[in-house]
Write a protein that binds this ligand. Structure first.
Ligand code: SF4
Length: 353
């Protein structure tokens, strides 16, 4: 049983973060934000993929100016990602649902104060986004790009905002490797109760990012750390959401959707299981009801495995079995076998929803 660290609850648009709110899944567009059409298209794609929140980069004035129009065309809450330019943060704060800055790199306190005031006026939070690769000079010189440096930077930025009376904060502490990321979050966790945004930065391709993010985010979530997350990936945006949701499911936090148990295959296999499992995944992707289903390559282990599955399929020589809670309900072959299995999965999902 995971005991979540009790955090302060904040709100990004209509999404609650922290406290007892469900752990939300985020992503970030990679269009030029000034290109409204392309950015809206990506946000819409992410929305359909199941994102709760989306972040957009705001490096230039034309990006900040585009936010108003983008906001009109999408319903996902938007976080504006800003470095250095407080004026961009001021424009963004009039429109978006959260600002990601590091107060330390915005400049003198007066400028930060203006940004804070703008956020207070609209009641929107600030995400302090610490990255190991862009620590403030004083922390990099003292600690290098270490978890200690990341924690010192986060603590400094938190106090910066607290001194200005601002506590509507969430924090991220990202490094590009698992160990530093996990150590930084674990070290900072007992030092405050602000919600944490989890992520490994520049995590690499879909393959590497999935592994790094699963280990880092999985370890932290099992510790009860984390209120929202992003899986960073060089690849398709929808995959970020898919992997993020799968991490939450496999850690045991989210119960949504199918838990597909499939065998690794061996010399006893009686079917093209790789294609069969991928067909099952595609045809059941829309199901949100929690169900255990198993897809087995032969009948050797299938009967035993099927006992704990809501619906199971086992391929045999020339024909196969469809089972429910271990009980054989059909013996079929070819397309009829897999169609019957999907039909039973749909039926169970409806019955249990
Ligand atoms: Fe091999 Fe059959 Fe077990 Fe799959 S279910 S791994 S095919 S014995």
């Amino acid at each position: 049983m995971i005991k979540r660290y009790p955090t302060k609850q904040i709100k990004v648009g209509n999404v609650l973060i922290g406290g007892d709110a469900p752990i939300s899944v985020q992503s970030m567009t990679f269009t030029k934000t000034s290109d409204v059409k392309a950015t809206v298209e990506q946000i819409t794609k992410l929305h359909f993929a199941g994102a709760d929140i989306v972040r957009v980069a705001v490096p230039h004035i034309e990006d900040a100016n585009a936010l108003k129009e983008i906001k009109k065309q999408v319903s996902l809450p938007i976080v504006a990602d800003i470095h250095f330019h407080y004026k961009l943060a001021l424009i963004a704060a009039e429109v978006v649902d959260c600002i990601r800055i590091n107060p330390g790199n915005i400049g003198d306190k007066k400028r930060v104060q203006e940004v804070v005031k703008a956020c207070q006026e609209r009641n929107i939070p600030i995400r302090i986004g610490v990255n190991s690769g862009s620590l403030e000079k004083q922390f990099e010189q003292k600690y290098g790009q270490t978890p200690q440096g990341m924690v010192a930077s986060a603590d400094y930025n938190i106090k910066y905002l607290e001194d200005l009376g601002f506590t509507d904060i969430k924090i991220s502490l990202k490094a590009s490797d698992v160990q530093r990321t996990v150590e930084a979050y674990r070290t900072l966790r007992p030092m405050n109760n602000y919600p944490f945004h989890l992520g490994v930065t520049e995590a690499g391709t879909q393959f590497h990012s999935t592994i790094k993010s699963s280990i880092a985010l999985g370890s932290l979530l099992l510790d009860g750390i984390g209120d929202t997350l992003r899986v960073s990936m060089t690849g398709e945006l929808e995959e970020e959401i898919k992997v993020g949701r799968a991490i939450l499911k496999d850690v045991g936090i989210s119960k949504e959707g199918l838990n597909i148990i499939s065998c690794p295959t061996c010399g006893r296999i009686e079917a093209d299981l790789v294609n069969a499992v991928s067909e099952v995944e595609k045809r059941t992707a829309h199901i949100k009801t929690p169900l255990d289903v198993s897809v087995m390559g032969c009948v050797v282990n299938a009967i035993g495995e099927a006992k704990s599955a809501d619906v199971a399929i086992a391929f045999g020589k020339g024909s196969g079995l469809v089972m429910k809670k271990g009980e054989i309900i059909a013996k079929l072959s070819g397309d009829a076998l897999i169609n019957k299995f999907i039909e039973e999965v749909e039926f169970e999902a409806k019955r249990k929803s």
